[in-house]
Design a protein around this ligand. Structure first.
Ligand code: MN
Length: 746
């Protein structure tokens, strides 16, 4: 009893200390002093969550406190947001209502808490429709008050920081969702530091071994980089000092996640990534000097010391990125012959780069106009516009929006010389839609720099573009193959649905006429017989086909309507039922509720092929980081955790994700493709096969090799037992001097 009391007293002390720290940070910020209100919110939340604990065993209130601290310290928001953060789980988890919050804390805070409560269920539910709804809610609340999503991101960041206490299958779901949607939104809102942390944490939980491996390599190569850094920056400092610059300079090391991402995307080894180190110069602008000019002055000074890469100057000073980021990036050749990126920014640009839009507001409050603000407004406006259209396909919708979150921008000009910011890979059609829906729907092409181009022409920065339209033009389904912006895709889909409905109405008329002529009565089951007879999927499809004339009703349809027609296919062809003998050869189905979700699935030599399906998209082998997915056919499919298909599943059907571990004993063989590139020469093939066959005693399933202009490229499919053996093969082949690149293909 006594020890319990003592523990509780300790906890009270920890809570009070955490709150005091929050207040200290708040008081050190530039916000108005509303300590009383914050204290009231804290006390209210504390008693509301009393007696409840988190998975970690901590008192629940420690979570809202941590979220409020992130909101204040890392995002730079003020008292309203701090209070809302303290109260964010009260309505969701306790008996208090929004009215209570409203009465106690007023309209503003209550509305933010309401927004947060609405989206508290996680973005992704079990059903696709649920997902679309939740995601829409998230975007809607975001476009109403951006603070809702900022606090939500802080909430997610704290949950990611404490993810170790969650069950493993939940970890994948949360990490997957974070990478899929929260990191891109954080990026889009300019919270680059938080975005990097979210990505890194997701990576650490999804691929713990790879994370550890990369971290170790970063550590091991640190000394080398330190030398490179000081050799490179010493002359820079000398020169900047001589110019009388006030600045500080520091190295930025690429995060494990972005290193890994690059290795995956470019099929390169850690050692081949040259931009792990970048250099930042952050200066205090001189009185009366324009900070944009000063960036270029510093750049000029650097060109006197090092040679700049001609294609790698990025001017985000005069034309900020859509997320508000401003800086001048340039790449220089070091004395050791390595390219090093230098990022030049003023203190204030730096703050915006780290804290995002909240920092913008801070400067805006001081009476500064800001083009980045306008861009954010435009973007939120586009989101609202997209939300106005009904979106039947949730995942497609997610993907298009997500696409827009990461897009880099280019600039194009209107015929009148106005500048427009558009995402990279934007087509003429996308641009037409970005100006006006009518222009998009009737677009027939464009003139780019006075030359005629088709709809799908991809625009380049600096193009002058005139959109050409015609009233007889109509939206075509094929447009979806090249429209890239969320807005264009949403508008095209909406127009297609309108056309579809028109066709269906016309089809309905034709069907009625036919029935009348043949003196038949319309029942839903006889109409069902007609679409099944035509091997279509639904009544709507039939009506559409009738409307556009691809099906004309005749005597056979009459038979079908009367039920006289013998069907040429089984009665329920669309439910994917399999015959008994087919089933025998397949994997055993598993009941979802019979699965133990608390523990990872154990993949053994015995059960691997009988109880599970190895996903065809990524073909994992023992040793790969994997997860299980319970599919619609009641099978458990094993994917690599990094498989793009699994990524989508994690976010869309997170509740069906199961943790999985290998417990195999090297009795099974798997075929793995390994890609090789290098310099062609006599005997290379012989060398490869000798190493694999004779030295390693591993069999080769297939080998393709192609030489051109002295370079060869090939793929060898080896039969191995696990990832270790793949590494052995790669490491041994690396010793052949003429092989330059080697990678396992997914
Ligand atoms: Mn929370």
């Amino acid at each position: 009893m006594e020890t319990d009391d003592k523990r509780l007293a300790e906890e009270e002390k920890t809570i009070n200390e955490a709150f005091q720290q929050l207040l200290d940070i708040y008081l050190a910020s530039q916000h108005r002093r509303k300590v009383e209100l914050i204290t009231k919110a804290f006390n209210f939340a504390r008693q509301a969550h009393k007696g409840v604990r988190r998975h970690s065993g901590e008192p629940y209130i420690m979570h809202p406190l941590a979220v409020a601290r992130i909101v204040c310290e890392e995002i730079g928001l003020g008292s309203t947001s701090i209070c809302a953060a303290l109260l964010h789980d009260v309505v969701e988890d306790t008996d208090y209502t929004i009215e209570d919050i409203h009465n106690l804390f007023g309209e503003k805070i209550a509305r933010i808490v309401e927004g947060l409560t609405k989206i508290s269920g996680g973005v992704f539910g079990l059903q696709a429709s649920e997902q679309a709804e939740n995601f829409k809610k998230l975007l809607l609340t975001m476009s109403e008050d951006i603070r809702v999503i900022l606090i939500k991101i802080a909430d997610r960041l704290h949950n990611m920081r404490t993810l170790e206490y969650m069950p493993v299958n939940k970890q994948y779901k949360i990490a997957g969702e974070t990478l899929y949607i929260y990191a891109p939104i954080a990026y889009r809102l300019g919270l680059s530091k938080i975005k990097t942390e979210l990505e890194n944490l997701s990576f650490r939980y999804e691929h713990p071994e790879e994370y550890a491996r990369i971290e170790k390599k970063i550590e091991k190569t640190q000394q080398e980089r330190d030398i490179l850094y000081s050799e490179f920056t010493n002359p820079i400092c000398e020169r900047l000092d001589a110019m009388g610059c006030k600045y500080y300079i520091k190295g930025r090391v690429k995060s494990p996640y972005s290193i890994w991402n690059k290795m995956q995307k470019k099929h390169v080894a850690f050692e081949d990534i040259f931009d792990i180190l970048a250099v930042r110069i952050i200066f205090t602008p001189r009185d009366g000097e324009d900070e944009n000019n000063e960036c270029f002055k510093i750049y000029n000074a650097l060109t006197k010391i090092y040679t700049a890469h001609p294609d790698r100057l990025r001017d985000w000073v005069n034309k900020p990125r859509a997320n508000g980021y401003r800086a001048l990036h340039a790449t220089f050749m070091s004395k050791r012959g390595e390219w090093i990126e230098v990022q030049i920014r003023s203190e204030r640009m730096h703050e915006v780069a780290e804290q995002g839009i909240a920092a913008h507001w801070k400067y805006k409050a001081q009476g500064e106009e800001n083009s980045a603000d306008e861009q954010l407004d435009n973007w939120l406006h586009t989101i609202k516009e997209i939300l106005d259209d009904p979106q039947p396909n949730a995942l497609d919708f997610l993907d298009t929006i997500k696409l827009n979150l990461y897009a880099t921008e280019i600039f194009v000009f209107t015929p009148k010389g106005e500048i427009k910011t558009v995402p990279q890979n934007c087509t003429a059609l996308d641009l037409a839609y970005s100006i006006h829906t009518f222009l998009g729907n009737h677009c027939i092409g464009a003139k780019v720099n006075h030359k005629l181009v088709p709809l799908n022409h991809i625009l380049n920065s600096g193009d002058q573009v005139e959109i050409l339209t015609s009233n007889s033009q109509h939206v075509d389904a094929s447009w979806l193959t090249f429209a890239t912006t969320a807005k264009a895709r949403a508008k095209i889909q909406a127009a297609l649905r309108r056309q579809q409905r028109l066709m269906q109405n016309k089809g309905e008329e034709l069907l009625n006429e036919f029935l009348e002529k043949e003196d038949l009565v319309k029942f839903s089951n006889n109409i069902d017989r007609v679409w099944k007879f035509h091997k279509l999927k639904s009544r709507e499809e039939l009506l559409e086909a009738l409307g556009n004339g691809s099906i004309v009703l005749g005597s056979e349809d009459k038979d079908a309507l009367l039920g006289n027609k013998r069907f040429r296919f089984p009665l329920f062809p669309f439910f994917g039922k399999k015959s008994e003998e087919e089933k025998d050869t397949e994997h055993a189905a598993t009941r979802f509720d019979s699965i133990d979700h608390k523990h990872p699935i154990n993949l053994t030599d015995e059960n691997l092929h009988s109880s599970y399906i190895i996903a065809d998209c990524c073909k994992p082998i023992p040793g790969d980081d994997v997860l299980g997915y319970y599919d619609d056919e009641h099978h458990i499919v094993i994917h690599k955790r990094k498989c793009p298909v699994a990524d989508t599943l994690k976010s869309s059907h997170g509740d069906r994700i199961l943790a999985a571990n290998w417990d195999t004993h090297r009795t099974l063989y798997f075929t793995v493709p390994i890609m090789l590139k290098g310099i062609d020469g006599i005997g290379i093939l012989n060398e490869i096969t000798t190493i694999i066959y004779q030295q390693l005693n591993i069999s080769i399933q297939k080998l393709t090799i192609e030489g051109k202009d002295g370079i060869f490229e090939g793929t060898v499919w080896v039969n191995v037992r696990d990832v270790e053996e793949v590494h052995t093969v790669c490491d041994s082949l690396k010793k052949i001097t003429n092989i330059k690149t080697i990678a396992r293909l997914d």
